[in-house]
Ligand binder design. Structure first.
Ligand code: PGA
Length: 254
């Protein structure tokens, strides 16, 4: 597939997999994907498996991501994990502002923006998630909601930092529901997001930002979704938990 930007496919394991289970999956993934050069492949295990998974993927093309991090560098923040701690495990990406965190941990755009800036300060690439709920889509508020989330969550970034930021468009109604946005719906929102980035930061920057689609990505829909001009990859939840579905998504995207 001839794309303007390099595809990036990330697996968000959420709160799944013990260390032993994580290593089983990683060893299988290595067999399928380790030598693949066409796409950036990232896996995001829970914090507790980062250390072992990190060792298991040394010398492969698979990169490590975390699912969250603190906006603070250290201190009295019980239960939090700082960027510097992630760096110990060669974590190169971090998912920020996932809709589940926005919903269950009440993370605001302002909080996501602080974390995004902290990630850049530590040279970890943030994957910043945005997306509307079904009620918001049905009320015709999709662009307003996503536009506000983008502006808020990416506030204060330099052009250079923005280019190293990955935006994940994840319509909440498509996450874990089996209901995927159509390729046309995804492309329309990705083009909207890129236009917003162009208006705020210039055309050149906007053309360099990679925008992932997330929400029930499967082997059967990956090719069509990735074939859209403004879709530059996928953030995969459920289908990233098994070697077959995740590696087929990656291979079908090439
Ligand atoms: P899903 O999750 O692929 O299971 O819909 C996507 C996500 O939450 O990132």
């Amino acid at each position: 597939m001839n794309k303007e930007r390099r595809l990036i496919i990330a697996g968000n394991w959420k709160m799944n997999k013990t260390v032993a289970e994580a290593l089983d999956l990683v060893n299988d993934l290595k067999r399928e994907l380790a030598n693949l050069k066409e796409v950036d492949v990232v896996i995001c295990p829970p914090f507790t498996a980062l250390s072992e998974v990190s060792k298991a993927i040394v010398d492969t093309n698979i990169r490590l991501g975390a699912q969250n991090m603190s906006e603070h560098n250290f201190g009295a923040y019980t239960g939090e994990i700082a960027a510097g701690m992630l760096k110990e495990f060669i974590v190169r990406y971090v998912i920020l502002g996932h809709s589940e965190r926005r919903q269950y941990q009440q993370e605001s755009d302002e909080c996501v923006a602080k974390k995004t800036r902290a990630a850049h300060a530590a040279s970890i690439r943030p994957i910043v998630c945005v997306g509307e709920t079904l009620a918001q889509r049905e009320a015709g508020q999709t662009e307003k909601v996503v536009g506000d989330q983008l502006r808020g969550s990416l506030a204060g970034l330099s052009a250079g930092q923005l280019e190293e930021t990955i935006v994940a468009y994840e319509p909440v109604w498509a996450i874990g529901t089996g209901r995927t946005a159509t390729a046309q719906q995804a492309q329309a929102m990705h083009a909207f997001i890129r236009a917003q980035l162009a208006a705020a930061h210039g055309e050149l920057v906007s053309r360099r930002v990679r925008i992932q689609y997330g929400g029930s990505v499967k082997p059967s829909n990956a090719r069509e979704l990735m074939g859209q001009p403004d879709v530059d990859g996928a953030l995969v939840g459920g289908a990233s938990l098994e070697v077959r579905s995740f590696s087929e998504i990656v291979k079908n995207s090439i």
